[in-house]
Design a protein around this ligand. Structure first.
Ligand SMILES: Cc1cc2nc3c(=O)[nH]c(=O)nc-3n(C[C@H](O)[C@H](O)[C@H](O)COP(=O)(O)OP(=O)(O)OC[C@H]3O[C@@H](n4cnc5c(N)ncnc54)[C@H](O)[C@@H]3O)c2cc1C
Length: 357
């Protein structure tokens, strides 16, 4: 947030952070109050797969039909679902995208919106509420302390400038050329790209990453590993459109399926899983890593999710919620979509217990 504020200040604007107050205790009311006080005429938002965030926008649109809305695609490769229907599995999705779109060997970079030279200044009446000091003093100390602690214990440093630095150092190394071989390792910083946190909070765009990947393929090497980075970014895209397609069903116990799972909530087992105190040392190690750093490798996430559902027999939504609270790269679509699939709630094929196998 500090980095974003600095970028905005360079363009003559500032970051406004809204706080909950007794009269505006939730996001809808905070935005509504701001709209009414400032007589807002236009609103620009990033398109999101987050059902509940979109519901807030719908309520605001209904309440203020005179406002013009500008919805920009900033998080995804495609502006809208690139196929008529979303296929049931990622594999079908990938094959269709690779057949229909020339993205694999595109000679041209994907066009990226230029940053404007200046932005309109923030209205005078809001300037006092924009001070960065205010942002931290007004009750964010705790959140800040937790996030600093997590950042210190991992290499993730927030903000666009740190994200761009990471992108540069990753593609200046040999790591992309061996990604497919190393990506399933549990614990090394360079064994997977570690783009997820910056992607999740919008500090890096998928288009910027893809342009840099293609340059690496042109200048250094194009092999199975560089292809697999594209493959995983496309998987992220699939989950985004999965969440957009299935909306609130993403959070239902039975997911997009017809049958309610046989798993249930058992508080004691849930605590054991959360605290890394199960009968499975590998699961425990991964859960400790999550708590200490906010990060866990993809293979680790599959293992602990599988244990949660298949060994402990717990309701998958509690696992997803815990991940939502702790992941430094939390992304509504990837997290809830992946957990649903682990629990056989995703409509596609069910993953078997990874811990036992
Ligand atoms: C149960 C579970 C929950 C998950 N929750 C999240 C989440 O909240 N946020 C999140 O970004 N990813 C989530 N993932 C996907 C994946 O684990 C992380 O994206 C990955 O581990 C992040 O590390 P990385 O950036 O080094 O990934 P890399 O292996 O380097 O992959 C490159 C990028 O591709 C995307 N990606 C990779 N694997 C996946 C995948 N399986 N599904 C969707 N996108 C993928 C990510 O954007 C990632 O940054 C989850 C996976 C599982 C099994």
């Amino acid at each position: 947030m500090a980095d974003l504020n600095t970028s905005l200040e360079l363009l003559g604007n500032k970051l406004l952070h809204l706080h909950k107050t007794p009269t505006s205790p939730n996001t809808f009311m905070q935005l509504n109050e701001l709209i009414e006080a400032q007589q807002v005429t236009d609103i620009c938002v990033s398109q999101t797969a987050d059902y509940y965030q979109n519901q807030i926008y719908v309520r605001l649109q209904n309440k203020h039909p005179q406002i013009r809305w500008h919805i920009e695609t900033t998080a995804t490769l495609f502006d809208e679902l690139p196929l008529d229907d979303l296929p049931k599995s990622f594999t079908q999705f990938r094959k269709k995208i690779e057949a229909d779109y020339d993205l694999l060997h595109a000679a041209q970079d994907i066009a990226i919106c230029a940053t404007p030279e200046r932005l309109a200044p923030i209205p005078e009446s809001l300037v006092d509420r924009c001070e960065y000091e205010y942002f931290f003093k007004a009750g964010e100390d705790n959140a800040q302390a937790i996030s600093q602690q997590k950042q210190q214990s991992s290499n993730f440093k927030g903000g666009e400038s740190n994200g761009l630095n990471h992108l540069k150092s990753y593609f200046n190394s040999d790591a992309p050329s061996t990604y497919k071989i190393t990506r399933n390792a549990l614990d090394e910083w360079t064994h997977s790209t570690k783009f997820s946190a910056w992607l999740a909070n919008g500090s890096l765009s998928v288009n910027t990453i893809l342009n840099r990947l293609r340059r690496y393929e042109r200048d250094v090497i194009a092999n199975d590993s560089t292809y697999w980075i594209w493959f995983e970014l496309l998987r992220r895209e699939y989950f985004y459109w999965y969440a957009v397609t299935h909306q609130q069903k993403l959070f239902w116990f039975k997911g997009i399926g017809q049958h309610t799972p046989s798993t249930q909530l058992d508080q004691k087992k849930l605590e054991q899983w959360r605290n890394g105190d199960t009968a499975y040392p590998i699961v425990n190690a991964c859960m400790h890593q999550l708590k200490a750093t906010g990060y866990m490798s993809n293979r680790g996430r599959q293992l602990v999710a599988s244990c949660f559902i298949h060994e402990l027999g717990l309701d998958w939504r509690y696992g997803a919620t815990y991940f939502e609270q702790h992941l430094i790269d939390y992304d509504v679509a990837s997290n809830w979509g992946e957990l649903a699939i682990s629990g056989g709630r995703g409509g596609g094929s069910k993953r078997m217990s990874a811990v036992q196998s």
